[in-house]
Design a protein around this ligand. Structure first.
Ligand code: ATP
Length: 890
């Protein structure tokens, strides 16, 4: 028998569970039996395979082959040295990739889904991977269903099953058994399947299958081959690398040809040319970008940002607009009720006038009715340790009711909830139905009403749907203007105002559509809550402005509340007209809206769907948009935004799935921190590329120009490979740890399409490389002409040490090293010192002299070498000085 054919209680019995859920011990036992609720992933590359991959590069293979051949016909020690250096290079590459891989795995783990289950009779939030058959799972709008389950309770539960059935219209779920044995999955309306998501309503399910036994698991093999997506920078570097490779290979061929024509040994020339190719082709660049981004993403976690798409790290620095939700992101999301308007009077929550004298007949006077409504029309819960949990708005109202003597438990005992229309951000209200026993009918004992419904929500929406208002003198026809002006008065103080209403029914209506239920209501009163702005958000807003980023507030709240908060945060000035409501937004054509979008800073009473229109309009105007969101309906806007930002605490699974990054603390200031970190990471990638390309260009110029200048081959293959190893290794890596430049957040955002070679990077690599080559060849020419037999050691050392001077000079784009301080990147300083010592060792350790074919330099030779090695450092410092001067003139 299939699960869908059974009754709910049969399913529960069959799975050995109960409505109180499994016990912890039973769950643990089942976990051992069934294994974790995870889809099997494709086999990961082993560490050894990753190491071997480092040798897959064609040039490396050719180099090793050539070294082996030359070893057999000549000196074996050279061959060994070359192979050792190549292996060391591979080790560095491997270690970086391994760290990046680890960082990515850690990120993925952190993004894992959670589920709320009932175990031992209480609600518990667990990792979705710990679900076992028999678990009772709570289902709520916005969740991704974590396992296959039989629905045992459904309150308008709607599930989108496109992942399994291809049908994108949500299916409403029910609990009754379905007799047809061969129902297709899409028609099993009492089942919810792993990987589908809940778009509306609430419910409960009992897990029937987990992991690979789920319907999704059965087709999972099809989903596993997820292609690795390259970031825009990686794509650009890949094609750049290919072009450079062709150019370098051509130069190597020329170097080889000229050398042989001039009578150098062909084998030596072949090794030289290939070593140069290995050293100068930046084949590892795209991989290095991944590494920097992955490690950057890992660092961002410490700042409470979880990156879901690696490209986001790279593009963060280009953000020009941050569109942020108000509640919880710009405010603390801790609501407290401050004011209540009931029976024609506005009172502070602690005012005596609000206190209730007669507690006997909860449905008899306006105040009691209002508090009864707050207690009943409420989804907050008290957990096992006595804390109130739930949406902060709900929690605030729950507490207010309970502090005035209307605890939810007691009140619900008298008026049990029998049906509901859940809250949704489009309608901006929610309704619950409660049965009334005849002795509690209160004001109208003769009435036959057996059901009462309470509705609460946005004031305008409720007024439109109301007919009268309750006062101590009885029902009165509603005076909309009076309530509207009271609403505005409360909103102007920054309060979120909700309107509470009711309706009595003879019996529970069959037609529970909101059009039918939420109409002809009787207003009970208004409740105003404060949700203070976050302290740090104010600072972050002003930081955005200096960084050329426009902060925009998007909220479902009333425009006056929104403006009050936006002013306190500095998003708008007092009296600003940069505010628009969702209704106005709808009245504009898309083109009209596009014309105005640049001038709007606050969007109020916006429905989540409208966020998409905002993103599109901004993007059409050439902006690069970060957009926050937490609900199911926010997903399209998050996907469309350049950086979709989901909320880690309050966000639904669906919004997280659609986002590029997740804020673990839901805080606006964290987005700005992430932008800063993103700009820094990009800056450092640029520095890394600048360093690598300049080093390579220096090596190429040296070997290319030497024969043209009539000089013998300046360097041996081992020298080239050594320089490549020591300079591309530690110093290059340490550049990625460079702290942020002083101006990261006081300069405008980088254009997303900006070339990596902009701001003079390409020209720098060319001229500094040429300068390096020039210095090295001058040393060579001078020392040969003056009869220094150690000329090759000098050339080798100058070329190596020049790189160290260069790396120190490019630590900042414009600032002098003397301003930023030698010690502000200790890793780099350490790497430079270590590389210097290693180079000295190749000159002065006799054993290494033999391997590197070097000779100890005399003190005067060493002095000349050191002085000439520092020329590039000073030249680049002068380049930066000129840049600073130019900036000042601007
Ligand atoms: P933001 O988009 O900044 O998070 P928000 O939280 O105010 O703003 P929503 O949660 O979509 O946006 O709420 C929109 C409106 O719906 C609120 O202004 C309020 O009037 C009403 N509302 C919010 N929560 C509830 C609730 N629990 N019950 C009834 N109405 C609510």
């Amino acid at each position: 028998m299939n699960w869908h054919q059974m009754h709910s209680n049969e399913v529960i019995d069959e799975l050995g569970s109960s409505t109180h859920g499994l016990s912890s011990e039973d769950a643990l036992k089942r976990l051992e039996e069934y294994g974790p609720n995870e889809l099997k992933e494709k086999e990961k590359k082993t560490a050894f395979a990753m190491f071997l991959d480092q040798f897959k590069d064609l040039m490396i293979i050719i180099l090793i082959a050539a070294a082996l051949i030359s070893g057999f016909i000549g000196e074996l020690s050279d061959t060994i040295t070359i192979i050792v250096i190549v292996i060391l290079n591979a080790v560095i590459g491997f270690m970086q990739e391994y760290r990046a891989e680890k960082a990515m795995v850690a990120l993925k783990k952190m993004a894992a889904a959670f589920a709320t289950v009932i175990r031992n009779g209480v609600h518990e939030r667990i990792r979705a991977s710990l679900l076992v058959p028999g678990d009772i799972v709570i289902l709520e709008a916005g969740m991704i269903v974590s396992a296959d389950m039989r629905v045992i309770e459904s309150s308008q539960l709607k599930v989108e099953e496109a992942a399994l059935t291809g049908e994108s219209i949500p299916v409403e779920k029910q609990t009754k058994a379905l007799p047809d044995e061969s129902l297709p999955i899409g028609d099993r309306k009492n089942m919810a399947y792993k990987g589908t998501f809940i778009t509306y309503g609430r419910g409960t399910g009992i897990v029937t299958a987990t992991a690979m036994n789920t319907e999704l698991g059965k087709i999972a093999t099809m989903l596993q081959d997820e292609e690795e997506v390259k970031t825009p920078l990686q794509k650009r570097l890949l094609s750049f690398g290919q072009k450079i490779a062709v150019a370098v290979l051509a130069i190597c061929a020329i170097v080889f040809g000229i050398g042989v024509m001039r009578g150098e040994p062909p084998m030596l020339m072949l090794l030289t040319a290939i070593s140069l190719a290995v050293a100068a082709i930046p084949e590892a660049l795209p991989a290095v970008i991944t590494i920097s981004l992955a490690l950057g993403a890992n660092k961002l976690v410490k700042q409470n940002v979880l990156i879901r798409k690696l490209a986001a790290v790279e593009t963060l620095g280009s953000v020009t607009y941050i569109c942020s939700d108000k509640t919880g992101t710009l405010t603390v999301n801790k609501m407290t009720v401050e004011k209540v308007y009931v029976d024609g009077t506005l009172s502070g929550i602690n005012d005596q006038g609000l206190k209730i004298s007669d507690m006997q007949s909860p449905l008899s006077d306006p105040k009691s009715l209002l508090f009864t409504a707050l207690a009943l029309n409420n989804d907050a819960q008290t957990d096992a340790s006595g804390n109130t949990i739930g949406d902060p708005t709900e929690v605030a109202l729950y507490k207010t009711a309970s502090e005035n003597g209307f605890t939810k438990e007691k009140t619900e005992n008298k008026f049990p909830r029998i049906a509901e229309i859940p809250f949704d951000a489009d309608r901006k209200c929610m309704t619950t139905f409660h049965s009334i026993s005849s002795d509690l009918s209160g004001s109208s004992p003769e009435s036959e009403d057996s059901v009462i419904s309470f509705t609460k929500g946005a004031v305008e929406n409720i007024i439109e749907r109301s007919a009268d208002i309750i006062t101590s003198q009885g029902l009165k026809h509603i005076d909309s203007e009076k309530i509207e002006s009271m609403n505005k008065r409360m909103a102007a103080e920054g309060l979120r105002v909700l309107c509470i209403a009711m309706k009595k029914w003879k019996r529970l209506p069959d037609d529970k559509s909101y059009e039918n239920v939420e109409s002809e209501l009787t207003i009970l009163g208004l409740v105003g809550m404060i949700d203070p702005p976050r302290e740090e958000a104010r600072e972050a807003v002003s930081l955005c402005k200096t960084a050329g980023i426009k902060p925009v507030m998007i909220t479902g709240d009333h425009p006056i509340t929104a403006m009050a908060i936006a002013q306190r945060l500095g998003i708008i000035e007092e009296g600003s007209k940069a505010v628009i409501t969702g209704r106005e937004l709808d009245q504009y054509t898309f083109e009209e809206f596009e014309d105005r979008v640049d001038h709007i800073s606050v969007y109020a009473r916006v429905a989540p769907e409208q966020k998409l229109k905002i993103v599109k309009a901004l993007q059409d105007r050439g902006h690069f948009v970060a957009m926050t969101g937490d609900g199911v309906n926010d997903a399209p806007a998050l996907k469309r935004a350049d950086i979709g930002v989901a909320m880690g605490i309050t966000g639904t699974d669906v919004s997280k799935e659609a986002a590029h990054m997740i804020l673990l603390d839901d805080n606006f200031a964290t987005i700005v921190k992430a932008v800063r970190e993103g700009r820094k990471i990009y800056d450092n990638i640029r520095k890394f590329i600048k360093y690598l390309l300049t080093t390579n260009s220096g090596e190429v110029w040296t070997l290319f120009l030497a024969p043209l200048a009539g000089l013998p081959i300046p360097l041996l293959p081992i020298h080239i490979l050594w320089i490549n190893l020591v300079t591309d290794g530690l110093p290059a890596l340490a550049l990625s740890l460079e702290p942020a430049e002083g101006n990261v957040m006081s300069r405008p955002p980088r254009h997303p399409k900006e070339s990596i070679f902009s701001h003079g990077l390409g020209i720098h690599a060319l001229w500094v490389g040429l300068l390096m080559g020039g210095i090295v060849l001058s040393v060579q020419a001078w020392s040969i002409n003056t009869g220094h037999s150690h000329w090759q050691t000098m050339v080798f050392t100058v070329l190596c040490l020049t790189q160290l001077g260069h790396v120190l000079a490019i630590r900042s784009e414009k600032e002098s090293l003397f301003t930023i301080g030698l010690f502000s990147n200790k890793y780099l300083l350490g790497a430079v010192v270590l590389t210097f010592l290693l180079q000295m060792a190749t000159i002065y350790v006799p054993y290494l002299n033999h391997i590197f074919k070097t000779e100890p330099l005399t003190p005067s030779e060493l002095f000349i070498t050191l002085v000439l090695s520092s020329v590039v450092f000073f030249a680049v410092e002068i380049e930066k000085l000129i840049k600073r001067r130019k900036d000042r003139v601007k």
